[in-house]
Design a protein around this ligand. Structure first.
Ligand SMILES: *[C@@H]1O[C@H](CO)[C@@H](O)[C@H](O)[C@H]1NC(C)=O
Ligand SMILES: *[C@@H]1O[C@H](CO)[C@@H](O)[C@H](O)[C@H]1NC(C)=O
Length: 352
């Protein structure tokens, strides 16, 4: 009797286990054939959207202590997300020329522009009239903070400066020609060049014409957004912009990086003069070496490289946009020393 009970219980248990195991095996087997549902209904823009309250908390309610600076379109704040990630938040101040949907679409497009020499746009946040752009945080602030600071400029030896110039040129080339959107920066200047922990240069503030559109027709604008001193003559005077107006600003940047002096003033003993006029004068007198930042005296082993950079800078600031090289040929000129450079023609002087 007991034997029968024990045997039938064992058989019962065995059957239950067998059926269960079979069931598990079948489920496992079925898995590879499962159809993966396409992610219908998930709005891609949602994945780039940050909660406004989260950003507000991350920047300590946009506190002055977290203010990193002011750009053409509003203040920029440093923030730290709950997961520890550091961010830079641009709080747009200008009246929006577009609705929420258009804004989201433009953020999606601009966020796709990814290059190691561009500051990465991570996303956005919306709350009533508030519009925020969330960017990656870049460690070493902007180029002007080094270049025009009598102590910190010493951190920029020629090797670093030439790496910075190369980085900007590749970032601009990407914006102009390699990305799907053809982006003209329009406000390229030292304070829009950020430096990461390894002192690589990253261009900030690109795509703003899409994110903050103002009244304008294709290729010309009534509201000039650039910074005087970096603006090409055709843009400053007629509001005409093109990739060649960016090339002009890039040329001014090169001259600033090599001389350590600001676009609008070149200290020459007692006098201050316009940087471009001085560069042109010295170029003609064949005394261009005198313009090189004294901090770079130790790098004079690279004098040939430095002079070549000045030469390229002068090609970029030529009066006629058609004579200015494209970013593609500039990148080539900067990387290959066997390419011979044309003779620059006279730049336009603002303060003559
Ligand atoms: C740049 O940032 C890194 C990381 O924060 C720091 O270690 C480095 O000293 C900085 N470089 C300069 C030249 O300030
Ligand atoms: C020159 O550059 C500085 C910042 O780098 C900017 O503030 C200034 O407006 C620019 N232009 C002139 C003409 O001062």
């Amino acid at each position: 009797m007991t034997i029968i009970i024990v045997v039938s219980i064992s058989i019962g248990v065995f059957l239950i286990v067998a059926v269960f195991a079979g069931f598990l095996l079948m489920r496992k087997k079925k898995k590879p054939y499962q159809v993966i549902e396409p992610a219908h209904g998930i709005d891609v823009s949602e994945s780039l959207q940050y909660d406004f309250r989260e950003i507000k908390a991350a920047t300590d309610d946009f506190s002055d202590a977290n203010k990193l600076g002011q750009g053409g379109f509003g203040f920029v704040y440093k923030g730290k997300l709950p997961n520890g990630q550091e961010i830079a938040v641009k709080r747009l101040s200008v009246g929006s020329g577009q609705g929420d949907v258009e804004f989201k679409n433009e953020v999606l497009l601009v966020a796709k522009l990814q290059h190691r020499n561009l500051v990465r746009l991570l996303g956005f946040s919306l709350e009533r009239a508030e519009r925020l752009l969330v960017y990656e945080f870049v460690q070493n602030a902007s180029l002007d903070k080094f270049l025009f600071n009598p102590i910190k400029c010493k951190d920029l030896d020629w090797e670093r400066r030439s790496k910075i110039i190369g980085g900007i040129s590749r970032g601009l080339l990407y914006l102009h020609e390699e990305s799907r959107l053809k982006i003209i920066h329009r406000d390229l200047k030292a304070s829009n060049i950020l430096l990461d922990g390894e002192m690589n240069s990253k261009i900030a503030d690109f795509g703003m014409a899409r994110l903050c559109p103002t009244d304008e027709t294709q290729g010309s604008t009534n509201r000039i957004v650039g910074t005087y001193g970096y603006m090409s003559p055709e843009y400053a005077m007629h509001g005409q912009f093109s990739v060649k107006s960016d090339v002009f600003s890039f040329g001014v940047l090169i001259l600033e990086i090599v001389t350590g002096q600001k676009n609008n003033s070149f200290r020459n003993g007692e006098n201050t003069e316009d940087l471009l006029s001085v560069a042109w004068k010295y170029w003609h007198q064949r005394t261009i070496e005198d313009m090189i930042d004294p901090v770079l005296r130790a790098s004079l082993g690279s004098l040939r490289d430095i002079l070549r950079c000045i030469h390229i800078g002068l090609l970029c600031v030529q009066d006629n946009p058609a004579n200015r090289p494209t970013m593609a040929s500039i990148v080539l000129m900067l990387s290959s020393f066997t390419i011979s450079l044309p003779v620059p023609s006279e730049p336009t002087f603002f303060h003559k």
